[in-house]
Design a protein around this ligand. Structure first.
Ligand SMILES: [Mn+2]
Length: 206
């Protein structure tokens, strides 16, 4: 394990502008270029975090997730029917958590990381609606690396929205969005570069 001496706070831009996107039944806040010099941060995350290829349980079968994942948090969390045990925070993640808390104004006690190593890595449509997150959870997503479109589909089958979070950006999902919308990242034959997302959450109880 390589421990980074990168201090992400030195990469924090001053007076980053927050864009609010009001959707039917949900809200996004988006900050472009919250972090700069992200190559070093991205490499530190790749090298120092405990990445694994997770399992998802679908239609009675286990499948490997088509991406790498990591999870750190203060409380146990059950995600896609897999129980994740409490894990201490690596210093770099803790620093990033503090930045995200300061910018969003929300506390977080866990983070789920996703590492999309190429265009065939993807995330199926889903909502972050595990009961431990409470009724209207705030989920804050930092993006490192190549930009991949994040598709939002309203459960009414009509409304759609796409945002493509760029390198160093922060996307905050809040309000009732997890009740009414699902989100995911499609495969792409064009993408060859990597993307890492860190999605910070607040787990209320086990
Ligand atoms: Mn999600």
């Amino acid at each position: 394990m390589i421990v980074s001496n990168q201090n992400p706070e030195t990469h924090l831009l001053e007076a980053a502008a927050i864009e609010t996107i009001e959707l039917p039944d949900g809200r996004l806040r988006y900050i472009d270029s919250l972090l700069t010099e992200t190559d070093a941060l991205s490499h530190a995350l790749q090298n120092s975090l405990d990445w694994y290829q997770g399992d998802v349980y679908l239609f009675g079968r286990h499948y490997h997730t088509p991406r790498l994942q990591c999870w750190y948090g203060d409380k146990a969390y059950t995600y896609s029917k897999v129980r994740l045990e409490p894990t201490p925070w690596p210093p770099l993640l803790k620093q990033l958590k503090t930045i995200v808390e300061d910018v969003s104004g929300c506390p977080f006690n866990s983070v789920l990381g996703n590492w999309y190593q190429h265009g065939q890595h993807n995330m199926g449509m889903h909502a972050d609606n595990e009961p431990e997150l409470g009724s209207n959870p705030v989920v804050a997503m930092l993006t490192f690396g190549t930009a991949r479109p994040l598709q939002f589909r309203h459960r009414n089958g009509v409304d759609r929205f796409t945002i493509t979070p760029t390198d160093g950006s922060l996307l905050i999902m809040e309000g009732p969005i997890q009740h009414y919308w699902r989100h995911g990242i499609n495969k792409s034959n064009k993408v060859t570069e990597q993307r890492i997302s860190l999605t910070f959450r607040q787990i209320l109880s086990e």
